[in-house]
Structure formats: C-alpha cells, structure tokens
Design a binder for this molecule. Structure first.
Ligand SMILES: [Zn+2]
Ligand SMILES: [Zn+2]
Length: 147
C-alpha cells in the first residue's frame, strides 16, 4: 500500500466518523429539543468535527421530550384526581375513594355507613339516599371490627 492510499483510508474513516457523530447529534437533539431554532443550532454544533458533538453533550437538555411529556401527563392526571375527588385521608394524606369508610393505610375512620344498607354517608346527610333510612348520628356509626 502506498502512503497515499493509507492517507485516503484515514480521511475516509475520519469523514465517516465525523458524519456519524453529526447524525447522532441531530438525532439525539430531535428527541430532546422542541424548539426548531435550537434544533438548527444543535445541528450546526454537531457538524463541527469531533468537538461539536462533545460540546452538544455538555449542553443538551437532560431529558427526552417523551419523558417530559409523560411526566406532565402524570402530573395532570394526579391533579385531575385531586380536583375531581379532592379526597385525602386527614391523617396520612393518602388518596381515598368517596366510598371508603376507613382509610386503608392508617385505618382512620373517614365516614359513617348507613345502618340499613351499609352505603357510605356524607356527614351532612339527614337521610340515606340509597334506602331512605333516616340517619341517626349515634346509631349509624359502624362498629369497628375488633372494638
Ligand atoms: Zn390515612
Ligand atoms: Zn341506606
């Protein structure tokens, strides 16, 4: 092999590596950056041979857009749950369902059950809406098992 041939191979490998790293930079940026101008900037930086991708790695956003979106959805779902129900255990702050009589985590009594049909009752109700039994504050307290 002539020196010239070795040189050509070296340049070819260097060029392939350069293009691959630039391609990787653009691909990675598209998964992390939402802003088109920042994407263009990332692509330009990625095209700087060898140093560009390194610089990009130092400044790229730490999270994938998918993850950010997923987390936002989760937070929104959590907010929905809180605003729709707004029910948490007063003692341990666990989310509780409106139908729960006691908190499943700390066993705090959350509401009374109807003496006749055992439906969970709101504190202000004067009559059970499910079976029409008048609510007597004293009588409708469910005896707790073990008491
Ligand atoms: Zn609780
Ligand atoms: Zn009832």
């Amino acid at each position: 092999m002539t020196t010239h041939a070795i040189e050509s191979i070296f340049i070819l490998v260097a060029a392939v590596f350069w293009l691959a790293s630039a391609y990787w930079t653009v691909k990675d940026a598209r998964r992390r950056i939402d802003d088109s101008w920042l994407l263009v900037l990332a692509a330009i930086i990625g095209l700087v041979p060898y140093l560009g991708p390194l610089v990009y790695m130092l400044f790229r956003p730490p999270e994938y857009l998918e993850d950010v979106r997923e987390r936002e959805l989760e937070i929104r779902a959590m907010e929905d749950r809180l605003s729709h129900r707004g029910l948490v255990c007063p003692v341990c702050r666990t989310d509780v369902d409106p139908s729960f009589l006691v908190c499943p985590i700390c066993t705090t009594k959350l509401r009374q059950a109807c003496a006749t049909c055992r439906s969970p009752l709101e504190a202000l109700w004067q009559v059970c809406p499910y079976c029409e039994t008048p609510i007597d504050a004293g009588a409708s307290i469910v005896p707790r098992r073990g008491d």
